[in-house]
Design a protein around this ligand. Structure first.
Ligand code: APR
Length: 230
């Protein structure tokens, strides 16, 4: 049975109004990564980090899936083989569009994690320092988001899926952050047909046999149509 593995990045949610990281005026132009997306930054100033994720959680809660998310949900529904989305995004727009087979390798804004005991629960809209873990009561609640220097989630499963993929597509990602930026090469070496769909060539564009450039809401539905054509 054919398997399509799709890596998504911030670019697929850009037209839903959620900021990307490295575009002009992106999140990393507004905040220093070391202050808001590292364990050291959280230890130094938990209030600043909670503030950063509270704002993104609030924004993501009112964002709507766009035609690119909806097209991938249609692909999962109508494709005869298996479709897996591995997303770097922490928003819930793939699920909101109807995708069920989704792995969040960088965690989710909707999740909270206890830094003391590892317990996970649904994050409240606003989190603050000293927030207690419902399981161990330690004041050690943090966003369940993978920070720089931490290991992304589900990596063993993801590498297995990449080895079995017939088609690997990367959508809306700049190819700057590993290990996701190596997935194109991993899939290519395993014999997959590799496709990049992005606003502009990514840093790893040379890893891809097929490329489509433009707005995700245009190029992703068109690509899904070709995959589903009889
Ligand atoms: N349609 C398609 N692609 C777009 C659109 C759009 N409307 N808007 C932006 N893009 C593309 C940009 O050209 C860029 O290549 O999306 C990509 C976004 O790149 P980044 O901002 O680097 O986001 P991403 O690749 O997801 O970052 C990966 O870095 O900071 C960490 O954890 C964070 O998950 C994130 C990871």
């Amino acid at each position: 049975m054919e398997k399509i593995v799709i890596l998504t990045g911030a670019g697929i949610s850009a037209e839903s109004g959620l900021g990307t990281f490295r575009d002009e005026g992106g999140l990393w132009a507004q905040h220093r990564i070391e202050d808001v997306a590292t364990p050291e930054g959280f230890a130094r100033n938990p209030a600043l980090v909670h503030e950063f994720y509270n704002a993104r959680r609030q924004q993501a809660a009112t964002a709507q899936p766009n035609p690119a998310h909806t097209a991938l949900a249609r692909l999962e529904r109508d494709f005869t083989g298996e479709v897996l989305i591995v997303t770097q995004n922490v928003d819930g727009l793939h699920e909101a569009a109807g995708s069920a087979n989704v792995l969040h390798m960088h965690g989710t804004l909707a999740g909270a994690l206890c830094a003391a005991c590892g317990h996970r629960w649904s994050a409240p809209m606003q989190m603050a320092p000293g927030h207690e873990c419902p399981a161990c009561q330690a004041p050690a609640a943090r966003p369940d988001v993978v920070w720089f220097g931490e290991m992304p989630y589900f990596m063993d499963k993801i590498w297995d899926h990449l080895r079995e993929a017939d088609i690997f597509a990367a959508i809306g990602t700049s190819g700057n952050v590993y290990p996701a930026a190596a997935f194109g090469q991993d899939a290519y070496r395993a014999g997959a047909h590799t496709v990049e769909l992005n606003l502009e060539p990514s840093a790893t564009v040379s890893d891809f046999a097929e490329t489509h450039f433009g707005q995700a809401t245009q190029i992703v539905p068109a690509w899904v149509d070709t995959l589903l054509a009889p």
